[in-house]
Every structure is written in C-alpha cells, then in structure tokens.
Design a protein around this ligand. Structure first.
Ligand code: BTN
Length: 260
C-alpha cells in the first residue's frame, strides 16, 4: 500500500495527520498503544501490510495475511469519561458501513463490533482504552480489520475463519483499491468523531441503533454465562443492550456474540 495514495483520498484534519506504515507488525493495536503511551497525537494512524499477532475481541486471533486486506488502528485523545469509550466501536462501525457502501456492498451491523454480509464477517473493530485521571480517558485505540481482497483459498489456510468470513473481493468479484478504501474509511471516521464531539454520545448511539435496525426485534446472544434471547428494547450510552426476555424481564447484556 502507498501512503501517498491514501493521503490523496483523505481530506480529514485530525484522523491521518500522521500515518505510520509498516510491512509487518505484531498487532497495529499493540503498536499504537505503545505509541500512545509515548504521547502520539490525536488522530495518529498505524497501517500494516500484515500482522503476526492480529487480535479480535475475547482473545480471538484476527487472520491477517500480507497484502490482501486493511489492518489499521487509530488513536483518539478525547476529553471523555472512561464509560463513554465503547462509543468508538460504534463510530468505527458506522465509518465501515459507509466505506463498504461506497464500494457497492450493503453489509449489516452485528452487535457489538462486527460488520457482516449475508451472515459472514467482512470487518471487525477492537476498541481499547488507557484510563487517565479522575475517570477520564487518557487515549483510545480503535483497531479495524477489513477483509478486502482476501480469497476463499486464503481462508482455507485458517480453519477458524473459513465458512464464517467473506471479503469485498469475493462479493464483488474484483480487486479493491485498498488505499482508496483506507482514505474513505479514515475520512468517515473523522466525520463521525466530529459528530460525537459536537453532539455527544447520544447522537452516535442513535445513528448506530438506526443503522443496526434491531430495536423491537427478537435476537439471541451467546454470552459467557450462556445464551440469552429476547426483544431488543434499547442500547445505552455505553453500548449495552437491554432485552425483554420471554419471562417479561429486562435483561442487560454487556458482551457476547449475536447469533443470527
Ligand atoms: C473482532 O472482530 O473481534 C475485532 C477484530 C479487529 C481486528 C483489527 S485488525 C487491526 C487491529 N489490530 C489488531 O490486532 N486487531 C485490530
């Protein structure tokens, strides 16, 4: 990938002011977290051609073959409380939805952090945070993996994702210009970040909830404590779900995997 071409496609002021590009890293999130501790500025972006220890939520690995996809992390330093930090997963999901839609793909959001196409994962978001003083955030690292040019043959090397993942290439049948996608994603991230700074967390949660489209729908979620199911009543400002269960109770769901 060429940074110059990404920059040509990027009009953002904050996100991507500094873009650091690597051929290989352990994980773009881990690297940027270390840079955050060394005072990297708001909007710093790390992109790598491949990752040797790409990570997903719940200690899962993220399949990161070289030269095919987009593996990026973005650092934010907002003056917000720790409890608001999960909204950055929503910001990234909305930006991913816009960027895939501009390729002509209409994926779906899957709570809490997946973007799926016909039930198969096309992108994921891993938001991590360093707490600062007085319940405020020091910095947030938003990691994004987008399956762009990966082939089904590539997946076969990796049993874990075969059958459950797809890519823009497999959907559209042609190569995606990764630099262009990266530029549009970073720009869109900045736009949603600006909405968050101007209008607050509620505005992002409302936009995300609308796009997700699951309010008043019956869903099942696999959690560490077992499967819960019910009708979605709301999503709160920390990203938690509230389900009305078959016995009429309102159950708060903090983490898990939505089952379709
Ligand atoms: C998930 O689906 O659980 C989240 C996947 C996030 C993967 C991205 S790839 C770039 C960044 N670096 C990582 O190690 N993980 C995220």
């Amino acid at each position: 990938m060429k940074i110059d071409i990404i920059k040509e496609n990027l009009k953002a002021d904050i996100v991507g002011r500094d873009i650091l590009f690597f051929d290989e890293v352990d994980s773009t999130n881990d690297l940027l977290f270390r840079l955050g501790e060394e005072a990297a500025s708001d909007g710093t972006v790390v992109i790598s051609e491949m990752q040797t220890k790409g990570r997903g939520r719940m200690n899962r690995s993220w399949f990161s073959p070289a030269g095919r996809n987009l593996y990026t992390s973005v650092l934010f330093r907002p003056d917000i409380s720790v409890s608001e930090s999960p909204v950055f997963t929503f910001i990234a999901s909305l930006a991913l939805m816009d960027s895939f839609e501009s390729l002509g793909i209409s994926p779906q959001i899957k709570w809490p952090n997946d973007i799926v196409y016909e039930g198969k994962k096309i992108a994921g978001v891993l938001t991590e945070m360093k707490p600062g003083k007085s319940f405020l955030v020091d910095f947030i690292v938003v990691g994004i993996g987008a399956n762009l040019n990966m082939r089904y043959e590539d997946f076969k090397e990796n049993e874990g994702v075969s059958g459950v993942a797809t890519s823009a290439y497999e959907i559209l049948g042609h190569e995606i210009e990764r630099e262009k996608f990266a530029g549009s994603l970073l720009e869109s991230l900045e736009q949603y970040y600006a909405v968050f700074l101007d209008e607050g967390v509620h505005s992002i949660v409302a936009t995300w909830t609308n796009r997700w489209g699951c309010i008043n729908r019956h869903i099942r979620i696999h959690t560490e404590g077992g499967t819960v199911e019910g009708v979605v009543k709301k999503v709160d400002r920390t990203g938690y779900l509230y389900l009305e269960t078959p016995d009429g109770n309102l159950e708060k769901v903090i983490a898990g995997d939505t089952l379709f």
